[in-house]
Design a protein around this ligand. Structure first.
Ligand SMILES: [Fe+2]
Length: 462
């Protein structure tokens, strides 16, 4: 074949291949299962306590009630005082593909430090129970902890999820807030919102819950569209969006958090990167933490999440500047892994990257991305404790067993030399084909997974 013909044939073959792939994967990439029709009763549902837009001493409250605009009110009392403040809620009717709900949101800012508040929401004669939450004390501004959960994405296991979530909450009552790493819902359908709230248990109303977007919060399409309910459920996004990107930043004590919207198209990701870099440049926080759904370093091959890596890696790692991110909390790939950043002297520094999940689903891993430690046998959650110049990153299984531990030691004179110390060397790694995978994915995929695990073991010398 002449050179000229080869030059013509290669693009044609590529276009044809892409066409065939698009045809085969059309539903997976662009198809949306229909949402069953639903109605929203006139009762208070999906009550959520979250942060407002004014930092650690602000709170937002969201709930659904019926299908029409009506008057909703937040009643807020500082425990020990005799005063109850009433705060009128804003209301929007939120239509989705197969029904609608009236979504309410109320905000309370400049709360007193180190205080306990009780609150109730009301719509006419119908009231929620009274719930309580705490605010950060001045004495613990540099010493606090929070929890992180990767995908919860509950479809039919919310009884188990709720039981474990409540256990975790009981064991960590001092937690200041809870971060969810996206895929809070199984699909953008009302029934799955209800299931997700069932799974959250008491935490939904007693400790601020913040969620980043995952792909399951989006309706698929050539340009993806976020489900209309999401930003009303987590209303800090309504004032923090950058164009149509659901990004949010907040400070808490000596830390600043940056929530990214990683499911977007590459041109939207570049807007987010500009926003992230600008917010990082302004930050005076000691610790900087990014939360995003899609891992910057994929567990499943270098080309996975290509645009996410291309857009965020250099910003997160800080290039030659002192402004780099310390901890990156990720999800999506339904496996557990973490990696520190190697230095030339053999020690490790930040960013510390982790990928985690709390769903019963467990996906295939190709053990990519230079992660140092892996886990495939459990659901996992993280407890992150900040204590002045130290940040303790601890991963637990859903049996509440410590599975991983890294300590970050802040270097005041050179942030690039902040140490990341592996404290988990004595904890065995548990890497097996998960039961869920074996049952759902069948023999052929299980064999492929077993082979992948074997290769990983050989590579690690296990
Ligand atoms: Fe996901």
């Amino acid at each position: 074949m002449s050179k000229r013909n080869i030059k013509i044939a290669i693009p044609l073959i590529l276009i044809l291949g892409l066409g065939i792939l698009t045809f085969i994967r059309w539903n997976a990439w662009f198809g949306n299962p229909e949402e069953p029709a639903y109605t929203t009763e006139k009762k208070i549902g999906r009550l959520t306590l979250t942060l407002g837009n004014q930092g650690e001493y602000s709170r937002a409250f969201s709930w659904v009630f019926g299908e029409e605009v009506s008057q909703g009110t937040l009643y807020l009392t500082k425990v020990g005082s005799q005063d109850t403040t009433t705060i009128p809620a804003k209301c929007d009717v939120c239509p989705s593909r197969s029904g609608k709900s009236a979504y309410f949101r109320a905000f309370a800012d400049q709360l007193d430090h180190g205080s306990t508040y009780s609150y109730q929401v009301r719509n006419g004669d119908i009231a929620s129970e009274w719930h309580q939450f705490n605010t950060l004390a001045d004495s613990t501004k540099e010493s606090f902890s929070f929890l992180y959960f990767g995908d919860i994405q509950d479809s039919d296991s919310s009884d188990y999820t709720r039981r474990v979530m409540n256990e975790i909450y009981d064991q960590n009552k001092e937690t200041q807030f809870v971060l969810l790493g996206g895929d809070f819902i199984e699909r953008p359908m009302d029934m799955y919102y209800n299931m997700a709230y069932d799974g959250l248990g008491r935490m939904a109303t007693e400790v601020p819950i913040l969620a980043v977007t995952g792909n399951h919060e989006y309706l698929k399409g050539i340009v993806r569209k976020i489900d209309s309910r999401f930003a009303y459920a987590f209303p800090y996004y309504l004032a923090s969006k950058v164009k149509e990107n659901h990004v949010f930043t907040f400070t808490y004590g000596n830390a600043q958090f940056f929530l990214l919207d990683s499911n977007r198209e590459f041109w939207n990701l570049s807007d987010q990167r500009e926003w992230l870099e600008a917010e990082m440049a302004k930050s005076t926080a000691k610790w900087m933490i990014v939360v995003l759904h899609h891992p910057i370093y994929s567990l499943r091959g270098g080309l996975n999440n290509f645009f996410v890596k291309q857009n965020f890696q250099s910003a997160v790692e800080g290039g030659k500047t002192l402004k780099k991110i310390d901890l990156v909390l990720q999800a999506h790939e339904h496996g557990y892994a973490r990696k520190r950043t190697p230095m030339t002297d053999g020690k490790s520094t930040t960013p510390l990257y982790s990928v985690s999940y709390f769903s019963d689903k467990a996906y295939f891993q190709s053990f990519d991305g230079d992660y140092e430690r892996w886990g495939t046998a459990n659901r996992y959650y993280q407890k992150i404790s900040i204590n002045g110049d130290s940040l303790f990153f601890r991963t637990y299984t859903d049996q509440h067993e410590l599975y991983d531990e890294v300590i970050l030691c802040y270097n005041d004179s050179d942030k690039r030399a902040t140490l990341a110390i592996d404290k988990a060397q004595e904890i065995p790694e548990k890497v097996i084909v998960p039961d869920w995978f074996r049952q759902v994915k069948g023999e052929k995929k299980t064999k492929k997974y077993e082979q992948s695990i074997q290769e990983w073991k050989e590579k690690k010398g296990k």
